[in-house]
Structures are given as C-alpha cells and as structure tokens.
Design a protein around this ligand. Structure first.
Ligand code: HEC
Ligand code: HEC
Ligand code: HEC
Ligand code: HEC
Length: 299
C-alpha cells in the first residue's frame, strides 16, 4: 500500500464502511476502486492499531476487544444497522453528516441520540433502505447518500432550463396518446407511455446523463439493442420503479437527474479534499456516551 493509498483510506474509510453497510457483498461490486478501498479498510480495521484508522471517528469506535459487537448491542435504538458491527455506526453518522452538510442535531436530539423525535432521522432510515434497494438492483455499491445529496439537505432539482425544455416538448406531443409500443419497434420497459411524450423522455435521459442519443443508440436504428448503455438504462428504469413502489409507496421525486446530475457515471463519494460539513461544530460531533449493554433496558 502506498502513502497515497493510506491517505485516501483515512479520508475514505468512513465511506468505505458505508459501502459495506450498504451492500454486504463485496463480490457484487463492479467498481474496482471502491472494492479495493473497502477490502483494504476492512483489513486495517481488524488488524491495525488506531493511528491507521479514520481520525474523524470518535474514539469509542475502536473495538474494545478483538470480538466486535453488533450495533444493537452497543446502542439503544438500532433498526437499520441491526447485525452490523458497532464500529460502523459512527462512521455511517459521519458520512450522513458530510453527505447532507448538516450537524448531527439535524437528525438527533442532542445527547439523546436514540430518540426518534426529529423527522429527519426517520427520513434517513427510509433513505438508507432506498440506497440498499438501489444497490441491490444495480448489483453495485455506487449509490450513496452523497451521490444524490452532495453536501445539501435537499438534492439539487432538475435545472429550470431543462424543466422548461421538457415541459414544452411534453405540450407539443400531448395529442399523440397512442402507447409507445404501437409506434416504435422495440419497447420493453416503457410500454403504455404515450408516444407523444417519448422524445421528451429521451431528452430527459440524454440531458440527465450529459450524453448524446448515440450513447445508447445506433444512429438511425433506435430499435437496436447493440449499445450496453441502452440495456443499462432499462435496468435504471426498473430500479426507479422499485423505489417508487417500495420506498415512496407511490410517485417518487427520484429521477435520472437526482443521481446523475449531468454525468454518465454518477459520483458516489465526496472528493478527497472534502472537509467536514461547514456548519459542524466540534462539540456536536463529540461521541455520545454509550452505556454498556447490561444497563440498556431494551436488550
Ligand atoms: C441524516 C440524519 C443523521 C445524521 C446527520 C446523524 N445521524 Fe446518527 N442516526 C441516524 C439514524 C437514522 C440512526 C438510527 C440507525 C438505526 O436505526 O440503525 C442514528 C443513530 C445514531 C446513534 C445510535 C443511537 C442509539 O443509541 O440508538 C448515535 C450514537 C448517533 N446516531 C450519533 C450521531 C452523531 C454523533 C452524528 C453526527 C456526527 C449523527 N449521529 C448524525 C441519523 C443521523
Ligand atoms: C437517489 C437519491 C437519494 C439518495 C441516494 C439519498 N437521498 Fe436523501 N433525499 C433525496 C431526495 C430527492 C430528498 C427530498 C425529499 C424526498 O423527495 O423524499 C431527500 C431527503 C432527505 C432527507 C430529508 C431532508 C430534510 O429536509 O431534513 C434526509 C434526512 C435524507 N434525505 C437523508 C439521506 C441519507 C442519510 C441518505 C443515505 C443513507 C440519503 N438521504 C440518500 C434523495 C436521495
Ligand atoms: C440513457 C440511454 C438513452 C439515451 C441517451 C437515449 N435513449 Fe432512446 N431509448 C433508450 C431505451 C432504454 C429505449 C427502449 C425503452 C423500452 O424498452 O421501453 C429507447 C428507445 C428509443 C426509441 C424507440 C426505438 C424503437 O423503435 O423501439 C427511439 C425512437 C429513441 N429511443 C430515440 C432517442 C433519441 C432521439 C435520443 C436522443 C434525444 C435518445 N433516444 C436518447 C435509451 C436511451
Ligand atoms: C439511485 C441512483 C440512480 C438513478 C436514479 C439513476 N441512475 Fe443510472 N447509474 C447509477 C449508477 C450508480 C451508475 C453506475 C453504474 C453502476 O455501478 O451500476 C449508473 C449508470 C448508468 C448508465 C451507464 C453509464 C455509462 O457510462 O454508460 C446509464 C446509461 C444510466 N445509468 C442511465 C440512467 C437513466 C436513463 C436513469 C433514469 C431512468 C438513471 N440512470 C437513473 C445510478 C442511478
């Protein structure tokens, strides 16, 4: 391992563990870099002394004994992190904070971290389930809180200029209500979508990813499935469908742009230079006291 690797690791180990928390299975990873960081970090966590570990993690994160405890044995109100190693929790918290650019108190009653009084904490649990669902659907570990939020509480919406362009295309095509599969030759995922809205949809795909039609299509033979990106786009559509059904129980605000933001390859992690969230005060990032499990009435 080089010094650069180590530096990346220090910065990323929180993130890397999140990847573990989110995926459970490294072998499902297609992004080699992420897998490497994860594997290295997992090794370090179990075999190396404290100085090599994430300095931003509160000291209680250090396993007291070689035997790692589960999150629910250490904390009081664990639902989404059940069965996962306790030392991952504080790393996840640091990652949540950085991803959203908030203080711990955005989601927590100070000093009473187990309470569920703040709506944001409940939303965060739902979001975590969405991340898991997405990564499972993509057999990837690339969907993360940061990918959509990028340091903001509310992810950046579709830019107004694009919204206007799409609205106008939608209006123009409004009369043609025929299902797309009657007009086009090879519609598999979007059956029933009005043909008049088709080009609006395709423009949304292109602009969300920052690509031309030919990224997914053989020029002039749009029905062909020769380009892998077209097949990937179908997979993405099914994933968004599952998010709507299983997480939002109805229509969802998640679209191609929410994750892609104008790039074919979405960003998963903060840049290496990422500093702690701007508003985060050291006092609020202090680790909460955790009681030993036997004094915990819930266990
Ligand atoms: C975006 C919301 C969010 C932010 C920001 C956040 N947390 Fe959490 N935190 C959660 C959620 C959700 C859980 C519950 C996890 C579960 O159900 O397994 C949790 C659980 C915890 C727990 C376990 C409490 C218990 O006993 O059950 C602690 C401790 C904690 N967070 C500390 C922190 C600290 C310290 C920070 C700031 C570095 C922080 N959190 C930032 C959402 C957040
Ligand atoms: C696929 C994109 C996406 C991912 C991934 C994602 N979020 Fe969100 N998040 C959103 C959107 C969009 C909203 C706005 C509310 C809505 O539409 O549900 C939101 C809202 C929130 C809110 C409420 C904001 C507020 O005003 O307090 C919290 C908290 C939150 N997300 C936490 C998380 C955490 C923690 C993760 C990672 C476990 C995460 N999100 C991952 C898209 C995402
Ligand atoms: C991100 C990938 C992607 C981009 C970019 C994209 N498309 Fe598509 N396109 C698809 C997918 C996927 C389908 C098939 C949808 C289905 O199976 O329901 C499709 C289908 C089509 C069809 C129907 C072909 C047929 O006869 O079956 C046309 C026409 C089309 N696209 C035109 C365009 C145009 C024009 C652009 C550029 C403005 C474009 N597409 C950009 C993914 C893409
Ligand atoms: C929840 C986040 C998320 C959403 C929503 C999403 N994508 Fe993706 N997309 C990803 C990730 C992550 C990758 C990287 C590939 C991987 O790891 O599977 C990706 C990759 C792709 C690729 C391959 C990129 C390339 O380099 O060719 C295409 C095409 C694509 N997405 C299309 C879409 C379309 C079209 C939509 C909207 C229907 C969409 N995506 C919505 C997360 C998302």
């Amino acid at each position: 391992m080089t010094t650069t690797d180590l530096k990346r690791l220090t910065l990323f180990s929180g993130v890397a563990l999140i990847a573990l928390l989110f995926t459970h299975r490294v072998e499902a990873t297609r992004a080699g870099v992420d897998a490497r960081i994860w594997v290295v970090s997992a090794k370090l966590d179990s075999t190396h002394p404290a100085p090599l570990r994430d300095k931003t993690a509160p000291s209680q994160d250090k396993p007291a004994q070689p035997q790692t405890k589960n999150a629910e044995e250490t904390y009081k109100n664990i639902q989404i992190f059940k069965g996962l190693p306790a030392q991952g929790v504080m790393r996840a918290m640091t990652f949540f904070r950085t991803s959203l650019g908030v203080d711990c108190t955005h989601c927590h009653v100070p000093g009473e971290f187990e309470k569920d009084d703040k709506p944001a904490k409940l939303t965060a649990r739902k979001m975590y389930q969405m991340v898991q669902l997405s990564n499972k659907a993509l057999a990837s570990n690339r969907v993360s809180c940061y990918g959509c939020h990028r340091g903001h509480v509310q992810p950046e919406p579709v830019p107004d200029s694009l919204k206007t362009e799409l609205d106008e295309m939608g209006k123009k095509g409004a009369e043609d209500q025929r299902p797309a599969e009657q007009v086009y030759k090879n519609i598999q995922t979007l059956k029933g979508v009005p043909a008049g809205r088709w080009m609006m949809l395709m423009t949304m795909f292109s602009k969300s990813l920052g690509v031309d039609c030919t990224h997914c299509h053989v020029q002039g033979e749009f029905e062909k499935d020769d380009k892998p990106a077209k097949q990937t786009a179908r997979k993405m559509l099914s994933m968004v469908g599952s998010i709507a059904r299983e997480i939002y129980k109805g229509s969802t605000s998640i679209n191609c742009y929410t994750c892609h933001k104008g790039k074919a390859q979405p960003v998963s992690f903060p840049p290496a230079s990422a500093q702690p969230a701007p508003g985060a005060k050291p006092a609020e990032t202090k680790p909460p006291e955790t009681k030993p499990p036997e004094t915990n009435p819930q266990r």
